[in-house]
Design a protein. Sequence first.
Lengths: 137, 137
Amino acid sequence: MFEQCLYFNTTSLARKLEREWTVAFKPFGLTPSQAFLLRTILAKPGNHQRDLADGMNVTTPTMSRTLDGLSKLGFVERRGSDQDTRGIQVFPTDKALVIHDELNAASGKVTKKLKKLLGTGEFDDVVSRLKAISAAL
Amino acid sequence: MFEQCLYFNTTSLARKLEREWTVAFKPFGLTPSQAFLLRTILAKPGNHQRDLADGMNVTTPTMSRTLDGLSKLGFVERRGSDQDTRGIQVFPTDKALVIHDELNAASGKVTKKLKKLLGTGEFDDVVSRLKAISAAL
DNA sequence: TACATATAGTTGCATAGCTAACAAAAAGGA
DNA sequence: TCCTTTTTGTTAGCTATGCAACTATATGTA
């Protein structure tokens, strides 16, 4: 029915990938959204929520709530910004630092598996095209 | 950070497309999920919920609740199957038949816009690849 | 300075999606 | 036939996501 629909095929694939990554991050007690956000925070501590939201392409309410979750789990800490008292900077806790490498390793494992399944060339090519489409929208 | 990640780019694009299609179906009072499901039901009335769930690549609880929504809006009707009394067949109501053409027209309009933006060749190529990846997973 | 506008975050309320647990009916086998 | 297993749907409870509305602070301008 929707074989040629970009929306249908994109969202459908997104659900399949979501299931794949859910399994990968389960040992950490993290959902894919939480895990990817945490990886971003670990890679660059001190980002403002606004920038995190832009970077992950979600709205600020979504970012606010995902951070609530990570905060409750003890993986991140929010501190008021010095430069702009409206803004809030986000930092990883020690608990997050401990799993940093394992988290990246788990991610790398899934990517490797998918690349093997699809072929590295095909994998990279599709990702590039997806990025190009996102940029065009 | 996740420039080369299939999951990240797919889900990110999915969110952007979701926003695009949300606007398109708003005049009908339908969300994209509801609208695509309704189009499926209009195209082939009498499908069982199980088959609809498989076709849309969602779980049965999700299908059940999306149908609850369409049912509450008066667009679909559920009838117990004769062959298998466990099963439930789904039919469009007259209210749905009335908007059938407009719904497809609205969808076609968005697709046309996206094809123009991305180029028809690129569009079709990406969709084919997404389908291939879905099939491989 | 004072007021209007813009920006950062949160909260309320909605849908979409999942897993787990359940009820009911069908299918299969001893 | 009777019992086990499988299948179909629903319900409960969770996260993810969005929009609208709100608070608080910053910025820009008269």
